[in-house]
Write a protein that binds this ligand. Structure first.
Ligand SMILES: [Cu+2]
Length: 163
């Protein structure tokens, strides 16, 4: 009886450690739920062990359509380069990897691209700069106009014209 308990405990221990040995996602860029305010050209996932070269990453948009990417594996890092910058919207990253222990693992998460807000702010700053330039031009114009007017209306000029 004691032997059974011990071997059961041993089996549980073994199972627990092998569960822990699975390869899991460590960090990513963008992260889960992140909102990005600039265009994105690359997605990187880092795992807690090395992964097989056959590991895959797919990105799908809100409509469920797959975004074309070229993936590469470098030890524990899975990189997906996006062919053209991602438009504003929500995207799902799905990874299918084979870990160091040979177990296939998968997972997915969402992130958002919201680049238009940032470019709108930049455009607004730009137009503000332009409008201040316009004010400078108007003030300069008025100053020049007043100067010209004062020269033309000088008493000397009037006398000269009379002759
Ligand atoms: Cu495993």
């Amino acid at each position: 009886m004691k032997k059974i308990i011990i071997s059961t405990l041993f089996m549980v221990f073994l199972f627990a450690t092998t569960t822990f040995a699975h390869t899991n996602l460590k960090t990513s860029n963008p992260t889960d739920g992140q909102i990005i305010d600039s265009s994105l050209s690359e997605i990187t996932l880092q795992f807690d062990t090395g992964i097989e070269d056959t590991s895959l990453l797919t990105i799908t948009d809100e409509a469920g359509e797959e975004i074309p990417v070229s993936t590469s594996v470098n030890n524990d890092i899975l990189t997906a380069k996006v062919e053209s910058p991602l438009k504003d919207g929500t995207y799902q990253v799905t990874w299918n990897i084979i870990g160091e222990d040979g177990h296939p693992m998968s997972g997915s998460y969402l992130f958002m691209v919201n680049a238009s807000e940032a470019s709108e702010a930049a455009a607004q700053a730009d137009s503000e700069e332009k409008s201040s330039i316009n004010w400078v031009m108007i003030i300069l114009g008025v100053v020049v106009f007043v100067l010209v007017l004062s020269v033309l209306t000088k008493p000397n000029n009037r006398r000269r014209r009379r002759y």
